[in-house]
Design a protein around this ligand. Structure first.
Ligand code: RM4
Ligand code: MN
Ligand code: MN
Length: 424
């Protein structure tokens, strides 16, 4: 489904007077409003190809209707999001859920929607019907060399697909680990995984990055072979300068201080990118910013401060992706909410005056330091985010417009009620 430009225009025209007022009010109180708007415009968040259908849990899955039936339709859905918010200009593919049949035409279709291909993701956590060896007891860690070989070859094939599409990074997330004490020799599992990753690393093109994503538990519940940022960093350091740690916000034990992890990885040039989502208990994959928006802000505050300290480009030097999927919302509405939450947290972080914060820290003025952060967090930056969207040609209110246009109904008419997108 294509969204005609005039629809956005019409809706914006109506909303413009109220927006102008709100924007002028906030812009007059912010020192660097123009600078922030430019940064917001440049900042794009990749949409995962596996989050465009309804997500399921192990108890059930409730289809939303009109789900994309193939990769082309997934690209159209991301194109729709991008047309509305001008901030979702990339798609991240999961192989083999989304194998590009004809890479050239897939690439051309994406380009029509102004999309590029972000990291490609391998899948060695499920068995495919035509595969020779099972991943039941792991993939890159497996005791059997033939299984490891198969998993390595799969990753190399994923890189090949990515090259054809213009991706520049591979994300490796492993379900490998053990469910019971005694099941694994931890050192051997680590060593096998490292050796396997080395072979995959060797197949990376020069300009590529490898992201090693960690996860504390699930689907293995006693040990995970890449279980936390320490283990991921061990692999990344041993692999070389193209290997980085990827932080998925839902992959920590409860109450972990993610912002501190982010800060230190960044300090050591080993932070590769993000999978944004939110959670209350585990890898809940809930809408970004829906449970703990303050934590999201604190993470962005560390990112902005840490990247600026290194002269990094906020938009391009790290991988920004959403990784969420669940049962009860329209996935497109959910993604619009997620991207908005990310931009709000980013804008708030850009409000923080690093010199003032540093001065407060030097003085051990704990109260002042907290005030500086919370003043930024409590500022309503939504008009700044909306202004950036407006200038980029997006909708002032993407979610409302999506609803007004009855987009889901049109998708159901076009694709049917019973379609099921590949993914989780
Ligand atoms: C995992 C992890 C990976 C994602 C899969 C689908 O929990 O977050 O990044 O690719 O789920
Ligand atoms: Mn993830
Ligand atoms: Mn996850």
């Amino acid at each position: 489904m294509l969204l005609e430009k005039y629809r956005i225009q019409e809706s914006n025209d109506q909303l413009l007077p109220a927006h102008r007022q709100q924007f002028q009010y906030i812009a007059s109180g912010v020192k660097n409003a123009e600078n922030i708007i430019q940064k917001l415009t440049d900042f794009q968040v990749a949409i995962p190809s596996w989050a465009l259908g309804a997500g399921g849990t192990r108890f059930g899955r409730f289809s939303i209707g009109g789900e994309p039936r193939n990769l082309e339709e997934k690209i159209e859905d991301v194109g729709l999001l991008h047309a509305l918010n001008r901030s979702s200009g990339a798609i991240s593919l999961h192989i083999p859920w989304d194998i590009p049949g004809n890479a050239a035409s897939i690439k051309a279709l994406a380009a029509q929607h102004g999309l590029r291909f972000d990291a490609v993701n391998s899948n060695t956590f499920q068995d495919q019907h035509d595969q020779e060896h099972s991943y039941k007891f792991g993939s890159l860690q497996h005791v059997d060399k033939a299984v490891r070989r198969q998993a390595i070859d799969h990753n190399i094939e994923v890189i090949r697909h990515g090259v054809e599409l213009g991706s520049e990074s591979l994300t490796v997330w492993l379900a490998d680990g053990s469910c019971f004490p005694g099941q694994l020799n931890f050192r051997k599992a680590f060593q096998h995984t490292l050796d396997s990753l080395k072979e995959i690393y060797a197949a990376l093109p020069d300009n590529w990055k490898m992201f090693v994503e960690y996860k504390a538990f699930e689907p293995n519940f006693y040990s995970m072979t890449v279980g936390d940022w320490g283990q991921s960093l061990l692999y990344a350091n041993k692999l070389g300068e193209k290997a980085y740690t990827l932080v998925d916000l839902g992959h920590h034990l409860p109450n972990a201080n993610i912002e501190q992890i982010v800060s230190l990885l960044l300090m050591d040039n080993k932070l590769g990118g993000f999978h944004f989502n939110d959670s209350k208990y585990g890898d809940d994959d809930l809408t970004v910013g829906s449970i703990n928006p303050y934590q999201l802000f604190l993470i962005f505050q560390e990112l902005v401060e840490g990247m600026d300290a290194k002269g990094m480009n906020h938009a391009n030097d790290l991988g920004w992706m959403i990784d969420a999927s669940h049962n009860v919302k329209d996935p497109l509405e959910d993604l619009l909410q997620s991207v908005e939450a990310i931009k709000i947290a980013y804008a708030q972080a850009l409000l923080v005056d690093p010199k003032a914060l540093d001065a407060a820290r030097q003085e051990n003025d704990v109260v002042k330091a907290q005030e500086i952060l919370q003043n930024a967090f409590r500022t309503d930056v939504r008009p700044l985010v909306a202004e950036a969207r407006l200038r980029a040609g997006g909708a002032l209110q993407p979610l409302e417009l999506f609803r007004q246009l009855k987009t889901r109904d049109s998708l159901i008419k076009e694709r049917g009620l019973k379609t099921v997108a590949t993914g989780l």
